[in-house]
Design a protein around this ligand. Structure first.
Ligand code: AMP
Length: 126
């Protein structure tokens, strides 16, 4: 079905270090498969990063290799956090930057959960 994503995971990326407890984070949620914490440079009143605990580089890698349980857990957690943060009714945005064209900076899959204000257009004009 899919090409296996052949991406090398850097175990010293900043989110891997957060997962190992080597550096602190503003944790908002944790379960067996997922950790979520506040973005250090928030772009809106609510800006939470939702990450799988497994070593996945990006959405391409995760969608190719993660188990159904891991994928479901990430989605379930994101919705649950949005409700807990009080933005489910007003609305929010979930996005994940993937690779060079996506502008990804940290090479561990993360979903940005952003809300608490009107977010405007999805993409900036070029
Ligand atoms: P991206 O460009 O999609 O890879 O997003 C990386 C995000 O990680 C940015 O929004 C950063 O502000 C955020 N970030 C980087 N380091 C930390 C950290 N130690 N704790 C929380 N968020 C971080």
């Amino acid at each position: 079905m899919s090409q296996a994503a052949a991406k090398t995971y850097d175990p010293n990326n900043i989110f891997a270090r957060i997962l190992r407890g080597e550096i602190p984070c503003g944790k908002v949620y944790e379960n067996e498969h997922v950790l979520a914490f506040r973005d250090i440079n928030p772009q809106a009143p609510v800006h939470v990063l939702v990450i799988p605990k497994g070593a996945y580089v990006d959405m391409d890698d995760f969608s190719a290799r993660a188990s159904a349980d891991e994928i479901a857990a990430l989605m379930r957690a994101t919705g649950e956090i949005a409700r807990a943060e009080g933005i489910a009714q007003s609305g929010y945005r979930v996005l994940s930057n993937c690779g060079a064209n996506g502008g990804q900076e940290v090479p561990h899959l993360h979903l940005h959960l952003v809300g608490g204000r009107t977010l405007g257009r999805m993409l900036q004009a070029q």
